[in-house]
Design a protein around this ligand. Sequence first.
Ligand code: ADP
Ligand code: ZN
Length: 218
Amino acid sequence: MNIILLGPPGVGKGTVAVKVSKELKIPHIATGDMLRSNVAQKTKLGLEAKHYMDKGLLVPDGVVIKMVKERLKNNDCKNGFILDGFPRTIKQADEISAIANIGKVLNLQANDSIIIKRLNRRRVCSKCGFVYHLDYIKPKNKEICDKCGGHLYQREDDKPEAIKERLKVYREKTAPLIEYYQNKGIIINVDASGTPEEEFNLVIEVINNKSSNACANK
Ligand code: ADP
Ligand code: ZN
């Protein structure tokens, strides 16, 4: 099945998507990760995207849509995929529904104070990309990756000013997708205010539930 994870920044899309990807053996496609890897490698796309990302603004639709379309052509997407961080605009949503059948959209929900706390305490490994949280997914040493020994850093856009901007952008550009997918009848709300494990269990339950409106919809 093709799945979309929707929800504000910091709601745990990435963390839960990594686990779902393992559980269902479908690729996790995270546009934020793809963009950051382009920035790190200083590709043309990366250079174009960087200044939007650092400020917490969206990278232009054309750039991101092209990147995702290329990725979905890959053979590993044949049996399904989980999209994390895409679509983020109505335009992106229209483009994806033109090329793929979306089975379920999971709308992860948590309030702003939880989100801000999570983002501010997030640390990322500069070498392997693993994402830690200083309270929930603690590294042994707060500056060193347990998995590979890489240096842990705070994303530029996880600093307080950029967080505010990202939440604003989310409300303006991405939140309208909730209604967009409600109209298609494929969206399910999931409470994402608990621990990563609780969040994962709820998500898997919703994915495995055959009828798409049977649960969690308020
Ligand atoms: P989060 O979900 O925590 O905000 P992501 O890693 O998904 O973070 O995205 C980081 C940044 O990458 C965004 O703030 C934005 O600049 C850019 N980005 C990621 N996905 C998209 C997208 N679908 N459209 C436009 N910009 C995107
Ligand atoms: Zn690492």
